[in-house]
Design a protein around this ligand. Sequence first.
Ligand code: HEM
Ligand code: HEM
Ligand SMILES: [Fe+2]
Length: 444
Amino acid sequence: MEYRSQKIASWYFTIALLLFVLQVMMGLWLISNYVFTIPQEIVNVFPFATARAMHTNLLVLWMLLGFMGGTYYIVPEETGCDIWSPRLAWLQLIVLVATGVIALAGFAAGWTKGRPLLEIPPPLNYLVVAGALIFLFNVGMTMFKARRWTVIQGVLLGGLVFLALLYLAGIPFYRNEVIDWYYWWWVIHLWVEGAWELVTGAIMAFILMRLTGVDRQVVEKWLYVEIGLFMFTGIAGTGHHYYWIGAPTYWLWVGGIFSALEPLPILLMVIDTMTYVRHRKVQIANPHTWTLAVGCAVFHLIGAGVWGFAHTLPQINYYTHGSQVTVSHGHMAFFGAYALLNITVFYFAMPRLKGIEVYKPTLGKIGFWTMSSAMMLMGITFGIAGVLQSYLERVLGMGYMTAQSYMHLWMAVTLVLGVCFFAGVVITVIDLLFPKPAVKPGGA
Ligand code: HEM
Ligand code: HEM
Ligand SMILES: [Fe+2]
């Protein structure tokens, strides 16, 4: 650690990790609802929708806290200056975590806006906005004061501002249901297939440059190409969510064509990650961080690119829309792109924040391979359940609950895999919270 103010990042990371554990526990509860008949008394006080809101909102919260912590870690190193106000960074953390806790308690009490993934109701939305404004102001001031601009910083700040602005589109309640969903997708789709991709590009570029010692020009060249393509395909690609909500039919064409191109920038990300190895200048001190970065790029391509492409054309989406196929893709993409990105950042930064330059990778490796294999298999089992569901409900016209009985086996297998995934998460989190220095060759 070169700058004292970077220390704040470790609090963001620690809280993010604890929320990750909680999120996955909720996932286990959700899948149990598909496998077992839950007694009605329990359903009455803790319905599926409440648990689902907790699962997905915890997901968004921990990932955003991870991005923010990552930014507070990276910006001092990029600008060569301490964070403008560590106190504001603390205040922001407190505001966001308090909002999260109130929101979760609120969901349990039935206080929700009802829109998936963005269930947080209006008065709390403004607290989120306040937290985001403090963050952007603090990061912006740090960069402004330093007056040393880099492309990585620019893309990072641009992505974060875009992310915050999009959140505003989801706050009002629109009386017309079509309009309401229309703007909901501005947040959900343009986040994960727009703003978050920019943030990912910048963070990955920084980490890969640091790990491999490759020239900044090489990293920045790729960043321009990726960002250009992401904006081009991702924005018009929003149309793949407008097929069946009552929007004009031209979206079938626009959404189909542009979203089918979305895997391209993701593929570029994998290629440029590999390019860094060829241009590599230094021995990679922590090979496990490198494994994570490559794992993230590859899983990102599979989960978002391949799994996304599989159901993005209207001819296919007509059958799979809103089925377990969507759930399969949601898990693979979020895990591959953003959970693994965060975990890469945590492994890059957390040992160093504790003064450990080279960490012992044993537990980290077990955690990574357990999580990744379990999630890959969960993607497949959710996927099989989804294809069955699409066929039984949409081709044969079977009722929802009758179709569920045929999917039951695959949901049960998903539960078993979920337990394995959870074990991987616990191992990873323990390893990150208590990293050990590597034993130097030759003893000591
Ligand atoms: C990392 C990037 C991505 C993430 C995190 C992600 C995540 C998600 C999630 C969570 C949903 C479900 C939303 C809901 O209905 O509740 C979804 C839906 C969808 N995604 Fe992605 N996605 C990503 C990239 C992509 C890409 C690149 C494509 C296309 C190539 C794609 C195609 C779709 C489609 C077509 C749907 C709608 C499914 C339906 O009609 O039910 N996604 N995505
Ligand atoms: C033990 C591990 C997990 C299990 C068993 C699990 C299970 C589930 C279940 C049953 C649902 C509800 C699906 C439905 O409404 O029919 C769900 C939703 C969701 N989960 Fe998980 N989950 C787990 C971990 C994760 C992780 C690690 C992530 C992200 C990195 C994640 C992201 C999501 C998302 C985005 C949704 C909403 C999907 C959609 O809108 O289609 N889950 N999960
Ligand atoms: Fe999308």
